[in-house]
Design a protein around this ligand. Structure first.
Ligand code: FES
Ligand code: FES
Length: 175
């Protein structure tokens, strides 16, 4: 290897500093530039509520909110979200004070194994806040990025309808 090639190789950064505000808490991380937001949340910060299903944008299990908008955390790099606000399912509600969507999922039995549920709940909260939960066919369309292998879709749609009626204004931010 030439000296120039060695210099070029060593010039590539292997880590990057990233600041994320996650569920209202500041985190200053040093991560590989190729690390996804999903892996940063789960493996570096330790918030494992956000699930890794496909890791390629097909299932929606990794849905979180970035600056109030839903995002597949497996499709964005942590470094791309430097300085941004991230909300995960852990920050949406608490066991004592669940978010309206979480309450409605429980009331409607909208899960079986529960693996897809954090992503469903985060996407549902965003769907309602966007004004896209006004009718079952719209909910189906705007929730189509979130798959459920247990096929709990009828209960999920019912739960979202119920949550939208309970708090139609902006439940995504009703923390
Ligand atoms: S894990 Fe991100 S879409 Fe499936
Ligand atoms: S409840 Fe099992 S994948 Fe949705």
């Amino acid at each position: 290897m030439t000296e120039q090639a060695t210099e070029n190789r060593t010039a590539i950064p292997v880590t990057a500093r990233v600041s994320l505000r996650v569920n209202g808490v500041e985190h200053h991380l040093v991560v590989e530039p190729r690390m996804t937001l999903l892996d940063a949340l789960r493996e570096v910060i330790g918030l494992t509520g956000t699930k890794k299903g496909c890791d390629r944008g097909e299932c929606g299990a990794c849905t979180v909110h970035v600056d109030g908008r839903r995002v597949n955390a497996c499709l964005t790099l942590a470094v791309m979200q430097d300085g941004h606000d991230v909300t995960t399912v852990e920050g949406l509600g608490t066991p004592e004070n669940p978010h309206p969507v979480q309450r409605a999922f429980v009331a409607n039995d909208a899960l079986q194994c529960g693996f897809c549920t954090p992503g469903q709940v985060m996407a549902a909260a965003a769907c309602i806040a966007e004004g896209n939960a006004t009718a079952p066919h719209r909910i189906r369309e705007w929730m189509s990025g979130n798959l459920c292998r247990c096929a709990a879709y009828p209960q999920i749609i019912a739960a979202i309808q119920e949550a939208a009626q309970a708090d139609p204004v902006d439940p995504a931010h009703a923390r």
